[in-house]
Design a binder for this molecule. Structure first.
Ligand SMILES: NC(=O)C1=CN([C@@H]2O[C@H](COP(=O)(O)OP(=O)(O)OC[C@H]3O[C@@H](n4cnc5c(N)ncnc54)[C@H](OP(=O)(O)O)[C@@H]3O)[C@@H](O)[C@H]2O)C=CC1
Ligand SMILES: O=C(CO)COP(=O)(O)O
Ligand SMILES: [Zn+2]
Length: 359
């Protein structure tokens, strides 16, 4: 009897817990914009909406959604110009009396809607107009700061409505960028494993498996995707949603963001507005795969197949800028340990950037 109670005392207490938040409704497909009023009714979101879109995306889909919603709701519209903390504060003011938000556009608009709705404790619907990034369904929001981009905890959208007709009509470059953001999951996972081995950072096997599978399916379907049809939009959008779910499972962007993302964030600071987020991450993934000793040529060729750039010139930046971004990457989010935080010399960074032009 005494022996049994000693055994109980010695057992390690299991004290782990995680709160995973995921979207409730995910609707992807042809002409699904028309479903938005039903989604609002189904989820009981209220009668006053703030619709947030960008300069281009307001005309591409925002106005149509506002008119659809206008039949049953009071709708205010707001055009954002980026996702700076000042812009977020302004949208928050505009949304103070809204019951819910609808974010219509690219990654910056969706991140703005995500953080504003989180701060105001409202729900939001994510309506991507392009398949360019994997923040469509994630619970994280990336915003610029003087120290570089920071990843804030927020909440996932209550619903995602992705109209493949609209997404397929977006410029080809945006779709290729989304694929590159997904392909960079390969190196993000290698960095996470490295941080586990060297720093004891906890891993989530489920998040890693989902993130890797998403990248594998994308590469396997490169030929279909590069045709840039509505079927391509369907495939890439499913991958982007799955990658966002992997981030929600992990409770951080780790499964989809490693050194290649730190390189991209450094570029956003050094050479803002030159290239798309996913394009930058794709180039970063070639370099970090090389540093991990993996098959970097395969990453490069996969990116080429889907039409994403694979050199600094392809991003519209100089080789020197790419070298500066590689060297600056460790200063971005220093707590996120990656292969770029292991001490890359300028000389090696220059040699690696030259290597990118190899046939
Ligand atoms: N939270 C997360 O988990 C993640 C966040 N991100 C973040 O997302 C951002 C990148 O998103 P991304 O979409 O690449 O960049 P942007 O949001 O900057 O959008 C790029 C451009 O595409 C335009 N656009 C969008 N849809 C269409 C369309 N159908 N036709 C024509 N133009 C269109 C936008 O127009 P407009 O001018 O109207 O906006 C904008 O000019 C970064 O800030 C990144 O950090 C990326 C991955 C994950
Ligand atoms: O872009 C992301 C995943 O693709 C989000 O990652 P960050 O946390 O690096 O912004
Ligand atoms: Zn990304």
């Amino acid at each position: 009897m005494g022996g049994a109670s000693i055994k109980v005392l010695r057992e390690k207490v299991f004290d782990k817990s995680r709160w995973m938040q995921l979207p409730r409704d995910v609707i992807i497909g042809h002409n699904v914009l028309g479903e938005i009023p039903s989604v609002c009714r189904d989820l009981n979101l209220g009668s006053r909406a703030l619709l947030i879109a960008g300069e281009h995306t307001m005309g591409i889909a925002g106005e149509r959604i506002a008119s659809l919603l206008g039949e049953t709701c009071e709708v205010e519209t707001y055009i954002t110009h980026g996702n700076s903390l000042e812009e977020i504060a302004a949208v928050e003011k505009a949304g103070a009396s809204a019951d819910f938000m609808v974010g219509v556009g690219g990654g910056r608009v969706i991140d703005t809607a995500k953080i504003v709705s989180y701060n105001l404790d409202r729900q939001f619907i994510s309506v991507p107009t392009a398949a360019a990034h994997d923040g469509v369904a994630s619970s994280r929001a990336t915003v610029p700061s003087p120290e570089g981009n920071i990843s804030l905890s927020a909440h996932p959208p209550i619903a995602v409505v992705a109209d493949t007709g609209i997404i397929a009509a977006a410029p080809r470059r945006l779709l290729a960028s989304g694929c590159a953001d997904i392909i960079s999951n390969y190196t993000a996972i290698l960095d996470w494993e490295l941080a586990h081995r060297l720093r004891g950072e906890p891993l989530s096997e489920y998040a890693m498996a989902l993130s890797k599978m998403t990248a594998e399916i994308t590469v396997k379907n490169a030929a279909v995707i590069s045709a840039h049809t509505e079927e391509s939009a369907w495939m890439v959008m499913k991958a982007l949603v799955s990658s966002g779910v992997a981030m929600s499972i992990a409770g951080s962007s780790r499964p989809a963001s490693g050194g290649e993302h730190k390189f991209s964030h450094a570029l956003d600071r050094i050479a803002p507005g030159q290239a798309l987020h996913g394009e930058q991450c794709g180039l970063g993934a070639i370099i970090t795969m090389y540093l991990h000793g993996g098959d970097w040529r395969w990453i490069r060729d996969s990116l080429k197949k889907i039409g994403a750039p694979t050199t600094p010139a392809g991003l519209g930046i100089s080789d020197e800028t790419a070298v500066e971004a590689l060297l600056a990457a460790p200063s971005i989010r220093p707590e996120r340990f990656t292969i770029l935080d292991m001490g890359l010399s300028r000389e090696r960074a220059e040699a690696i950037v030259k290597m990118l032009y190899e046939e």
